[in-house]
Design a protein around this ligand. Structure first.
Ligand code: CA
Length: 227
């Protein structure tokens, strides 16, 4: 994993670099913020450790720029000597994922890095495409594809289908679906679920021999490729 450390205090930068290299990270250190943006597009960077007080441009402004320049997913851990709530809030608002107050123990830094990396991996899993039989859900393009043909979905249809597909072969109750797709916590006797299941069936199953969305009477709905 490649870590970029942006820190003008040479001792702190060296301390982080040495520790992380012992943990088999590849570490690049930069002392001023201005050169960072050029570096970002060129080098593979998996995580950024960013000090707030830097010459030229401060860490908060730099973090905003990193996000504005299209690097939305790379985790940013901010280092702050100014452990005031204000700076923490500013940092997080600027797009940082976590912060650590100086001085810190190396073990604490490592724990934060591990937590950020785990979260990043989880997010990637959430973005994985889903599949049931010949039905695929492209979670980037937000479209369904059945038998190679693209099917456009409204946002509610998409959320319903995604929830069914994440839980494929598992029967989902009405209250589960209403809560997770519509944020309705009680079954208030609405037929919105039946209406949308019907919409989805028309788009996904109509014209196909294998009906994927199945009603389990008295239980709820399930998506699966066998009856
Ligand atoms: Ca500094």
């Amino acid at each position: 994993m490649n870590v970029l450390v942006i820190e003008d205090e040479v001792n702190v930068a060296a301390f982080i670099k040495k520790g992380l290299e012992e943990e088999n990270y590849q570490v690049e250190t930069v002392q001023d913020g201005m050169s960072v943006l050029a570096l970002l597009g060129v080098k593979p960077i998996d995580l950024i450790i960013l000090d707030i007080i830097l010459p030229g441009i401060n860490g908060i402004e730099l973090c905003k720029k990193i996000r504005q320049n299209g690097f939305k997913d790379v985790p940013v851990l901010m280092l702050t000597a100014l452990n005031s709530t204000d700076d923490v809030v500013k940092g997080l608002n600027a797009g940082a994922d976590d912060y650590l107050a100086k001085p810190f123990k190396f073990a604490e830094l490592l724990a934060r890095i591990n937590a950020l990396t785990r979260r990043m991996n989880l997010t990637q899993n959430q973005e994985e495409n889903l599949q049931v039989a010949d039905l695929k859900l492209d979670r980037n393009a937000k479209v369904a594809i059945r038998a190679g043909k693209e099917i456009k979905l409204t946002s509610t249809e998409y959320r319903l289908l995604e929830h069914l597909m994440i839980n494929k072969r598992k029967v989902l109750s009405r209250s589960d679906l209403l809560e997770n797709v519509w944020d309705i916590r009680f079954d208030v006797g609405t037929n919105v679920l039946d209406v949308y299941v019907n919409y989805l069936r028309n788009k996904i199953d109509k014209g196909f021999d294998t009906k994927l969305i199945q009603t389990v009477i008295g239980m709820g709905y399930v998506i699966k490729d066998e009856t």
